[in-house]
Design a protein around this ligand. Structure first.
Ligand code: NAD
Ligand code: UGA
Length: 453
């Protein structure tokens, strides 16, 4: 099938590449020229493990093309994905201006019957709204007033850092539409994934056996839109819950690792998303929980659980700052090393990274901060100019009074902490991700603090 993906970010790029890999002809459109230029040279503009080789392979075979020419993409594609950003406005509402701009352009250039798919995470009702915006644009800008289209919602559940595997081997595929035709076309598009019948590089392990069927949820537009917000909010709730339990563990002397193991073995609870830490961040949980809370407010409801998890998460970041104050007493003039800037490992994404709010708060308290991340090499615009970006972990930690682990990158597991101990001013470590064995660090002579242990 011929597919056009508009918005070549973490979701659009991975979706486009994977659809090409399962046999479709894909045109990926973005309005940032430098991004498209990089891609046309086979270079991924984002750090996503395993992605680049699929880009290269599918560009070579001609199945995958990148362009800034939206008109070309819209005219060629029978299925048009909208996968631009939907960030938060200051009141928590989702900013739909990027989606709107794309919908207007699609209406301008649509030349025959198409399916327009909301892949972006959009508020409930956006499917109908996109339909209206496209219709109005056709009316205003298109010579062919009779051109037809249907809208579908196909929310995305991939995680950054494992986006390629999540796309080829998803837990489920959700398709919402009021059009039978749109649903049929979307099922046809995803058939190789639903049936797990696509070819796979022999040197990369398949995450699911060939032929094992992927569950598909077919619904109305509204339910599909709600599934996305409800899923992200539930996952964020799980993390805030375990963080709250971790805080209680610290008071009563229990170990959150044992507690999480003990509750996670209950099949009704499950072990995933029970890692206590410095709170959830990233480009999606914060904005999506706020957007769902905003929607509830629009209907005169007070979303008590959503409001609570937002507060618990804000406080969880502040708790690290409090721990630093408790340990160092005077923070002003102290040197603090921070390992990890990205909001989670295996991504270069720093949107809403807990590390950033923690570093900015410590800078405000007068600390000197030296930070290192294996992949994030440019200062995120939200990070204080006063934070020094170090060339490696050892450089960041040298002469520090305290070390904070903010992201659980594998690289930090194998550092020579015996050597590090001798280069620090004081041997205090706050392991914000519970990635280390407490006893091991205490044996090395560190004062070790995790979260909830
Ligand atoms: P992103 O910011 O990485 O990418 C968006 C892209 O859209 C950018 O490259 C931007 O240049 C492009 N764009 C914006 N306006 C455009 C226009 N008018 N024409 C062409 N291109 C345009 O965003 P993302 O992280 O990929 O997220 C996209 C959507 O997917 C969001 O709604 C997000 O909530 C959702 N989502 C993201 C993830 C994730 O892991 N990042 C996972 C699931 C769902
Ligand atoms: C999340 C969801 O997991 C995806 O299903 C969804 O598609 C995506 O949001 C989205 O809508 O954008 P992602 O943000 O890439 O994916 O990362 P996660 O692995 O979910 O982590 C989110 C945050 O929660 C990170 O800051 C992470 O450190 C934190 N986290 C996660 C914990 O603190 N503890 C955990 O047990 C798990």
């Amino acid at each position: 099938m011929k597919v056009c993906v508009i918005g070549v970010g973490y979701v659009g790029l991975v979706t486009g590449v994977c659809l090409a890999e399962i046999g479709h002809d894909v045109i990926c459109v973005d309005n940032i020229e430098s991004k498209i230029e990089k891609l046309n040279n086979g270079i991924s503009p984002i750090y996503e493990p395993g992605l680049e080789k699929f880009i290269e392979k599918n560009m070579k075979s001609g199945k995958l093309n990148f362009t800034t020419n939206l008109k070309y993409g819209v005219e060629k594609g029978e299925i048009i994905f909208i996968s631009v950003g939907t960030p938060s406005l200051s009141n928590g509402q989702a900013d739909l201006s990027y989606v709107e701009a794309v919908a207007v352009e699609v209406g301008k250039y649509i030349n025959d019957e198409k399916i327009i798919v909301n892949k972006s995470t959009v508020p409930i009702g956006s499917g109908d709204w996109v339909s209206m915006v496209v219709s109005e644009s056709i009316e205003k800008n298109n010579l062919n007033k009779d051109v037809k289209f249907n809208v579908a919602s196909n929310p995305e559940f991939l995680r950054e850092g494992s986006a390629v595997g999540d796309t080829f081997f998803p837990d489920r595929i959700v398709i919402g539409s009021s059009s039978k035709k749109a649903i049929e076309k979307m099922l046809e598009l995803y058939k190789p994934i639903i049936e797990q019948s696509f070819g796979w590089p022999p040197d990369v392990p398949r995450l699911l056996p060939k032929g094992q069927k992927i569950p598909v949820v077919v619904s109305d537009l509204t339910s599909a839109e709600m599934i996305k917000y409800a899923a992200n909010s539930f996952l964020a709730t799980k993390i805030s819950y375990i963080n709250e339990v971790a805080n209680i563990c610290e008071k009563v002397g229990a170990d959150i690792l044992k507690v999480a193991e003990g509750i996670g073995l209950d099949s009704r609870i499950g072990p995933k998303f029970l890692n206590a830490g410095i709170g959830w961040g990233g480009s999606c949980f914060p904005k999506d929980v706020s957007a769902l809370a905003y929607i509830a407010n629009e209907y005169g409801m007070t979303p008590q659980i959503l409001n609570s998890i937002i507060n618990v998460n804000r406080e969880q970041r502040l708790k690290i700052v409090k721990k630093v104050q408790d340990e160092l007493k005077i923070v002003k003039g102290k040197t603090i090393a921070v390992l990890g800037i990205a909001f989670k490992p295996d991504t270069d994404d720093t949107r809403e990274a807990p590390s950033i709010s923690i570093m900015n708060s410590l800078i405000n308290l007068g600390a000197k901060i030296k930070a290192y991340d294996p992949i994030v090499k440019e200062r995120p615009h939200t990070l204080s100019e006063k934070v020094t970006l170090s060339k490696d972990s050892y450089d960041a930690i040298k002469d520090a009074d305290l070390l904070i682990i903010a992201t659980e990158w594998d690289e930090f597991r194998t550092l020579d902490y015996a050597k590090i101990k001798n280069t620090m001013n004081h041997n205090i470590i706050i392991d914000g991700r519970n990635m280390f064995n407490k006893e091991k660090f205490e044996d090395l002579g560190f004062k070790y603090m995790g979260i909830g242990r």
